[in-house]
Design a binder for this molecule. Structure first.
Ligand SMILES: *Cc1c(COP(=O)(O)O)cnc(C)c1O
Length: 223
């Protein structure tokens, strides 16, 4: 039997956020849902915009530069977050296109972003990405480097508003989320960017303020 008014993926995710927030005795509104639209076409993104969603995440500067100017022109109050690795030579482009950067993880990038923001007259809020599972070949700084990077960002007027992580794949993420929360508290940072389609409810219970959800909203990716 066909449901006359089936719940949309956005509504389903919103309901799960509300439920997890309630269990954790948090306000559902305090949790920002970043709809991760990497690899999705404007036609796939449009239904979310029409439904009123305004916060999106992309992982590549070039892809975002190709896709978003037109969508943003149609929905000017849209906010775009960069959630993927950023090369220093793309910092200026990133500062033009994005409203927040989640992947700050090294001094050279902090220097490049400081310069790009100064030149653009912008001050984007940023997250420090932590390689929380100490994995090789993964973005993010070591736990030991957090203090040093915060200091470097501070000296260049870059506001780091929280920590971001991608826990190791295929293992229980909760200990890594808990560790990120502990590190943020230790450094006086208020925001936590953690949790994806498979684990955002766990992340919310452990304090996530920004969850990055792609597949649960758009379906499986072809990449
Ligand atoms: C793709 C991506 C996500 C979203 O992953 P889903 O499992 O599709 O929800 C979240 N964070 C980062 C950094 C990503 O690259």
């Amino acid at each position: 039997m066909q449901d006359a008014n089936p719940e949309s993926p956005l509504e389903a995710v919103a309901a799960k956020i509300a439920r997890a927030a309630k269990i954790a005795q948090r306000e559902g509104n305090d949790i920002e849902l970043i709809a991760v639209s990497k690899t999705r076409t404007p036609d796939e993104i449009a239904p979310l915009l029409r439904a009123g969603h305004r916060l999106f995440g992309e992982n590549r500067v070039q892809e975002a530069a190709a896709k978003w100017p037109e969508l943003k022109a149609a929905y000017p109050d849209t906010t775009l977050h960069l959630i993927g690795q950023l090369q220093s030579n793309k910092a200026a482009d990133a500062v033009q296109i994005f409203d927040c950067i989640h992947s700050v993880d090294r001094i050279s990038l902090i220097k490049a972003l400081g310069k790009a923001m100064r030149q653009a007259g912008k001050n984007l809020p940023c997250f420090l990405q932590v390689n929380i599972g100490a994995e090789e070949q993964k973005g993010g700084c070591t736990i030991d480097d957090i203090a040093k990077l915060l200091e470097a960002a501070n000296s260049r007027d870059i506001s780091i508003i929280g920590l971001m992580c991608l826990p190791p794949a295929g293992v229980e993420p909760a200990p890594y989320f808990a560790l990120l929360a502990e590190l943020a508290a230790r450094h006086g940072l208020e925001n936590l960017s953690m949790g994806m389609s498979g684990d955002f409810e766990t992340a919310i219970m452990l304090g996530a303020t920004h969850i990055r959800v792609g597949t649960a909203l758009f379906g499986p990716r072809k990449d």
